[in-house]
Design a protein around this ligand. Structure first.
Ligand SMILES: NC(=O)C1=CN([C@@H]2O[C@H](COP(=O)(O)OP(=O)(O)OC[C@H]3O[C@@H](n4cnc5c(N)ncnc54)[C@H](O)[C@@H]3O)[C@@H](O)[C@H]2O)[C@@H](O)CC1
Ligand SMILES: [K+]
Length: 508
């Protein structure tokens, strides 16, 4: 494929992939000693930039994370800072480069003891990094516990000790860092919670690993950014016509009529040429009076699904969304299922959200078997657990893997929503989103997201990119609104986001 290439600055490396990149760099002629020296220097520079001279305690563990710690300690000492260093491990098992910097450290080497914290203003956490395999025990655990109790400021090397860089899961207690300095590329665990919340500010430092080493690795995870998909973006054409920009169909239910209205409005704002809201006749007037630029079509009582099917006979209706406010109570559940199946039977790009997913909780297989065309599903954690109970249980604590497996099983692009939304493609690629502010956790924001996606699908954007772009725009719109955000604000702040996006990325 394209610009989602492996050397991309947005690529994310698991702990073991980082190890492979490290090895490949050494094979390409960069000495391991130099990598460690550069890593330690980068951390020291970040510390000097953020904090003023203070009493530092560097806590070094048994592996190369500890090795980086020896280097940091020496740099800070040379800069005239008061530095103490404690080591937990055995000198005999240090790697050659860590042993070298252990020897090079000019100060005293002390044992781990929590009273060292009494004379400390800043802790450098060089205990465990990518090599962590289990919860901390004994002295390191006591140390972490004491750091947490005293609420000490911490600068973590690579990851806060106890965070799994690959999944973001925490092995037991973790002392949260104010600053985390990692090397070369981010890891998924820097973006996924709880890891993300424990890293504080994240700095990625170049330590001299040549980017081409990434070409040899089997990589398939990126951090979301327009850089990944702007080249494919369906820019409106100057000579365009509303029919060039697609016609999205939104199903609206009887009770939560606000949900699908938000979806329809969001689809219009995202640039769909036309949007039709198809709704039961009983509530038609409610919808029709509330919408202006959206067309509202009636579905006759007791034959809503059949009427919906008929509506879709028109091939100009090129993208569909079912779910927001679709209804699950009593007969509505059956109807929602029929509407979803009618949408999927067209093999046109379809977004399934909310009730459109939950309606299949009893038998998700029926849903998965019906997906034969481009489809984007947007479950939150609760909906995900209902549709993918086995994956959810087996891989609890690994959101990235859960989303990837769900996409593979269902053959749909899966957007597993949350503060750290994951977008997974059935082909194995995944994108982690990182621009969503906390304000976005509000009723109706999911309905807007579904509308953003269908708006892009209607314009012909490929589903995986449409999903990633919609999630990113959604986060940007929320940042634009700021505190006090309600879902209605999101579509109405989208024009500013789209304008800034176009200004930065559009090329003729
Ligand atoms: N990958 C790279 O390009 C570079 C990595 N560097 C550093 O190297 C680190 C990775 O080094 P390592 O692979 O040696 O891993 P770590 O330094 O994270 O530690 C591995 C050691 O800890 C032990 N261990 C794991 N979990 C434990 C637990 N809960 N309790 C007690 N012992 C435990 C392991 O048996 C192993 O001996 C990175 O995090 C980074 O800080 C840097 O030196 C620069 C270059
Ligand atoms: K660490």
């Amino acid at each position: 494929m394209d610009h989602m290439d492996k050397q991309h600055p947005q690529i994310l490396l698991t702990a073991s992939e980082m190890g492979e990149a490290d090895k490949a760099a050494v094979q390409a002629g960069v000495p391991a000693m130099e990598l460690m020296a550069a890593a330690g220097k980068a951390v020291a520079d970040a510390v000097l930039e953020r904090w003023s001279r203070c009493r530092v305690l560097v806590l070094c563990g048994p592996g190369n994370n500890g090795g980086d710690g020896f280097v940091v300690a020496q740099f800070l000492l040379s800069a005239g800072w008061p530095v103490r260093l404690a080591f937990w491990g055995s000198v005999e098992t240090l790697s050659a480069e860590a042993a070298y910097f252990y020897q090079a450290w000019q100060g005293e080497i002390e044992a781990f003891a929590t009273d060292l914290l009494d004379q400390t203003d800043l802790v450098i956490d060089a205990m465990f990094g990518a090599g962590l395999t289990r919860s901390l025990e004994g002295k390191p655990r006591d140390m972490v516990d004491a750091i947490i109790k005293r609420k000490m400021p911490v600068c973590a090397i690579d990851v806060p000790s106890g965070v799994d860089g690959t999944t973001g899961a925490a092995f037991g207690l973790v002392a949260p860092a104010e600053l985390t300095v990692t090397f070369f590329r981010k890891k998924p665990g820097h973006l996924l919670f709880p890891g993300r919340g424990l890293c504080g500010k994240l700095v990625v430092a170049d330590i001299g690993i040549p980017a081409p080493v990434l070409d040899e690795l089997n990589l398939h995870t990126w951090e979301n950014s327009p850089e990944l998909w702007y080249r494919e973006y369906p820019w409106p054409r100057l000579d365009g016509h509303k029919f060039h920009r697609g016609h999205a169909v939104v199903f609206g239910g009887e009770n939560m009529t606000g949900a699908s209205r938000l979806t329809a409005r969001a689809a219009m704002r995202m640039g769909a040429g036309l949007v039709t809201l198809a709704v039961p006749i009983k509530v038609w007037a409610i919808y029709a009076t509330a919408m202006t630029c959206v067309m509202v079509t009636k579905l006759e009582q007791s034959q809503e699904a059949e009427d919906f099917e008929e509506l879709l006979l028109d091939p100009r209706h090129n993208a569909i969304v079912v779910g927001p406010g679709a209804g699950l109570a009593g007969f509505e559940r059956i109807r929602t299922r029929k509407i979803v199946l009618a949408a999927l039977a067209t093999n046109r790009p379809t977004v399934l959200d909310a009730d459109g997913l939950s309606a299949f909780a009893d038998d998700p297989k029926i849903l998965f078997e019906a997906i034969n065309g481009p489809c984007v599903m947007t479950p939150h954690e609760g909906e995900f657990a209902r549709l993918f109970p086995d994956i959810n249980e087996e891989h609890a604590g690994d959101k990235l893997r859960r989303a990837r497996l769900a996409a593979k099983l269902s053959a749909a692009v899966v957007i597993l929503k949350g503060a750290d939304t994951v977008i997974a493609s059935p082909d194995g690629r995944a994108i982690i989103n990182s621009n969503a502010p906390a304000d976005l956790a509000t009723g109706g924001s999911g309905d807007v997201l579904a509308g953003f996606i269908v708006g892009l699908l209607a314009q012909g954007f490929e589903p995986f990119y449409a999903a990633a772009a919609a999630v990113w725009m959604h986060g940007e719109a929320a940042c634009e609104v700021g505190a006090g955000l309600i879902a209605e604000d999101l579509p109405d702040h989208l024009p500013k986001v789209l304008t800034a996006f176009k200004k930065q990325y559009y090329t003729d």
